[in-house]
Design a protein around this ligand. Structure first.
Ligand SMILES: Cc1cc2nc3c(=O)[nH]c(=O)nc-3n(C[C@H](O)[C@H](O)[C@H](O)COP(=O)(O)OP(=O)(O)OC[C@H]3O[C@@H](n4cnc5c(N)ncnc54)[C@H](O)[C@@H]3O)c2cc1C
Length: 358
């Protein structure tokens, strides 16, 4: 069958549809609202992106503040949503909601049927742990107290001047155009996600400290970190969201040509065993992260940024990089203090006593 139906027109679905069409497959994307533009700011480490990825802005270095400051000699890129979204004319775009599979394709809520090999790119489903964040875009000159030119502030764990709970959050600051910066207060992982009002309060307090007026528009982020991974799926639907970063778009960009090739060869979406094991390990890592005491989280990331560049890359690497994941997790565990090691190793028991309500 040389027809493909991609369910979902998010970043993953569109990237895959483009790759399928480039291999001559008759490609359809179906999404309830296919004309809607994304308002999220999608970013990734530059070296995680394949050549030709649609980049809007990039920096040549990054910085992280944990218990100390780390300069990371690694480029960081913000993707160009318009180019990521646009599809070639050969891709058919259908407005509709898929409600089930038929023997030869999918059934839509309005009774239509679309034929072709089906790939589920309909996003993350389920799970209770989430990364949440509230961000605003401000002129780069105003953001200078937080982030310098040509750098991305990946995380700054110094506590904001206002906080009503003990939950650890950090400031993320990245350029989104030549003269604008996104400042985002982020809760990396919490079950359930930290309410946006707490993040907003903390972000506004940071802005007020430097006399920066609060812009009217804000970016609201909620990324499920432990959603269900579905077989035959692609992108967040396949469980590719990294629980330690909330990221999946770079993985979709890298994997799209491989998956399109497999589909055109009649093999369907590959799901290597390594990918399943990496997911189990990463979810285990998420539980460990959730079990840390608030004051241990910056310490944990300090250990992370003290690892070699290649181990850091391994930890954040692709969803099927089993060897790298094991290597990096082992090193991180080994460099933790004894108390933290106990919580990393037995996360469930510690989690109950260590979390603060909020
Ligand atoms: C504000 C925000 C910022 C983020 N920033 C980053 C970042 O910087 N870097 C990064 O890598 N990740 C980021 N993420 C996380 C993650 O990578 C994104 O959630 C990304 O959108 C996942 O892409 P996706 O295409 O797999 O899923 P989605 O973007 O969720 O797309 C799924 C699509 O499928 C459609 N759909 C759902 N059900 C059906 C159905 N039954 N029939 C048809 N269509 C259906 C949905 O309407 C949607 O359009 C961010 C997330 C948010 C919310």
């Amino acid at each position: 069958m040389d027809e493909v139906v991609v369910v979902g027109g998010g970043p993953a679905g569109r990237v895959l549809a483009r790759a399928c069409a480039a291999r001559g497959l008759v490609t359809t994307v179906v999404d309830p609202n296919p004309g809607r533009r994304w308002r999220a700011t999608y970013a990734a480490w530059s070296d995680e992106l394949p050549p030709g990825a649609p980049v809007a802005v990039s920096t040549s270095a990054a910085r992280a503040v944990t218990t100390t400051e780390h300069v990371i000699p690694r480029g960081y890129a913000v993707l160009d949503n318009e180019r990521l979204w646009r599809l070639p004319d050969e891709v058919r775009v259908v407005a509709g909601r898929v409600v089930g599979r038929t023997g030869t394709g999918v059934a839509l809520a309005d009774g239509r049927v679309l034929s072709g090999r089906v790939v589920d790119a309909s996003g993350a489903v389920g799970g209770r742990a989430a990364q949440t964040a509230v961000g605003v875009v401000v002129p780069a000159a105003e953001a200078r107290p937080f982030v310098g030119p040509d750098e991305a502030l990946i995380m700054d764990w110094r506590r904001p001047p206002a906080a009503t709970t003990a939950d650890p959050t950090f400031l993320y600051a990245i350029p989104v155009s030549a003269d604008e910066v996104l400042l985002e207060e982020t809760s990396l992982a919490r079950r359930p996600g930290l309410p946006l009002r707490e993040l907003r309060l903390r972000l506004h307090a940071r802005l007020a400290e430097h006399g920066i007026a609060v812009p009217a528009e804000e970016e609201r982020v909620r990324i499920p970190l432990d959603g269900r991974a579905r077989g035959g799926a692609f992108g967040a639907a396949a469980g590719w969201i990294h629980p330690a970063t909330g990221y999946s778009v770079a993985a979709a960009l890298r994997r799209a040509p491989v998956v399109a090739e497999a589909i055109s060869a009649g093999r369907g979406v590959p799901r290597p065993v390594a990918e399943r094991v990496v997911r189990v390990l990463r979810l285990r890592g998420l539980e460990s992260l959730l079990a840390l005491r608030p004051d241990e989280v910056p310490e944990f990331f300090n250990s992370f940024f003290e690892m070699s560049d290649s181990l850091q890359r391994d930890y954040l690497g692709g969803p099927d990089d089993l060897r790298g994941t094991v290597r990096a997790m082992t090193r991180l565990f080994g460099s933790a203090s004894w108390g933290m090691r106990a919580r990393l190793a037995f996360p469930v028991h510690s989690a109950k006593s260590a979390r603060t309500p909020g």
